[in-house]
Design a protein around this ligand. Structure first.
Ligand code: HEC
Ligand code: HEC
Length: 387
């Protein structure tokens, strides 16, 4: 008669231990990574405030901009998430095959809005597109959960996955992109920008017209300088501490919590491998040594190789760096369940449609997907919806 009571006491003692923090609950969506120091958590909280802050012309917004806050676009379902904004990017493929992002003509990102002062001065309501552009592209707003971990993956890990000459003859090459100075790129749909920090610093100016110590000058207006008196706020419009805080917020955002897989989902995970999706959507990468312990030697289940793949002529738009018009970075599938418009331009309305748009190097695995029995196809989609 006494035994069950003892077991009960033992059980509640164990529960109390758990509640006391010996095993903290996993981070929820929008939470910071586990294992940050109190100082790092403070920087994350400060960064969230700047990320969500609505800038105005009086606090530095514009004169050209796409949105008034990082969190205006990256918002769904919480800050750092996806958004319904679709941007226009342009580039020129020169006759010698070199890609020109038209930076001196206002490219590659064309801002869709201007401040009232700029509108009054020039009579424009968006940045004009440069006449030299040979192609334009639509870019949906992706989520950035867990991207600090992608930032901490060593270059050599990514380069080891590359197979530019397709030596293993599986029809899939995987090429690294390179920034202007030759460093390996990994951020943005064309994997052009080497570090998350540089992307975040650039986004402040390119998306919001917020100059900062790393990028102290405003974007030109289609290559022309800003008329006098239109942007009275002195550069830089945010200081080093706030600039670093935005970067810390993005870097410390935890990956979306994993959803448990049922039997069908487990089957789907295996099918994802057997039909060749994992040739590009590499299930997990390992980070190297980072400045922060929470980012060091971690596994990130992002389902990407961070390399460029030729997705076929029908999907081609602009070039960027070494990326040809038809080449795109394997989109991470981490957070896929929060995406509602798929592929770089949002052309696909569902995961199923996104797979049907895999051409070029992705065509063979797409065909294997199309030949799956309805049950196996459903299992695969169930797995993908858990990401
Ligand atoms: C007007 C909407 C908008 C605003 C405002 C905006 N972004 Fe973005 N963001 C985008 C779009 C669109 C992309 C995709 C760019 C591409 O595909 O190359 C993107 C991409 C990113 C990426 C790269 C993700 C990847 O897949 O590699 C990061 C990081 C990022 N944004 C951070 C920020 C930060 C930080 C801010 C604020 C300083 C910001 N963004 C403001 C729309 C926006
Ligand atoms: C040759 C490399 C490659 C293979 C193989 C491949 N993918 Fe992709 N996948 C990509 C690239 C590159 C993108 C981004 C394309 C774009 O944005 O236009 C992508 C995008 C996606 C997306 C859209 C993600 C989003 O957020 O918009 C889904 C879903 C997806 N792939 C699933 C799959 C599945 C399932 C398979 C196997 C049937 C597969 N992929 C095979 C390279 C590949």
């Amino acid at each position: 008669m006494r035994a069950p009571a003892t077991a009960l006491i033992l059980l509640s003692a164990l529960n109390a231990l758990g509640a006391a923090g010996s095993c903290p609950p996993p981070p929820q969506l929008g939470d910071p990574l586990r294992g940050l120091t109190p100082d790092e958590l403070g920087r994350f909280a400060k960064g969230r405030e700047v990320f969500e802050r609505r800038f105005t012309p009086e606090t530095g917004l514009g004169p050209l901009f796409n949105g008034d806050a990082c969190g205006e676009c990256h918002e769904n379902p919480v800050g750092g998430g996806t958004g319904d904004e679709v941007e226009t990017h342009v580039a020129m493929m020169r006759s010698d095959g070199v890609c020109d992002p038209l930076a001196d003509r206002g490219g590659p990102v064309i801002q869709q809005h201007v401040t009232p002062a700029l509108q009054a001065a020039l009579g424009i309501d968006r940045e004009p597109e440069p006449a030299e552009a040979t192609a334009r592209a639509a870019r949906t707003t992706p989520d950035v959960f867990g991207f600090g971990l992608l930032d901490a993956v060593p270059d050599k890990t990514i380069l080891a996955l590359a197979d530019p000459e397709d030596r293993n003859r599986d029809g899939i090459s995987g090429r690294p992109n390179r920034f202007l100075d030759g460093r390996l790129g990994r951020f943005g749909r064309k994997a052009f920008v080497p570090t998350l920090r540089e992307f975040n610093q650039g986004a402040l100016v390119v998306e919001m017209g917020i100059t900062n110590p790393a990028v102290p000058t405003e974007e030109s207006i289609g290559g022309k300088s800003i008329p006098h008196g239109v942007d009275p706020v002195a550069e830089p419009e945010i200081d080093e501490q706030e600039m670093n805080a935005v970067d810390d917020f993005v870097r410390f955002l935890a990956p979306p919590p994993e959803l448990p897989l049922d039997h069908e989902g487990e089957r789907g995970r295996l099918i994802f491998g057997t039909i060749g999706c994992t040739s590009c959507h590499v299930p997990a990468l390992r980070t190297g040594k980072a400045a922060e312990r929470a980012l060091s030697f971690q596994t990130v289940q992002a389902y990407t190789d961070l390399l460029l793949h030729d997705m076929g002529p029908e999907r081609a738009d602009i070039c960027l760096g070494l990326a040809r018009p038809s080449e795109f970075r394997t989109e991470p599938l981490m957070g896929l369940r929060f995406v509602d418009k798929f592929m770089h331009d949002g052309k696909a309305q569902s995961v199923d449609e996104a797979i049907h748009l895999h051409g070029g190097e992705g065509a063979a695995s797409r065909r294997r997907f199309e030949r799956l029995s309805p049950e196996r196809r459903a299992a695969l989609l169930r797995f993908l919806k858990s990401l």
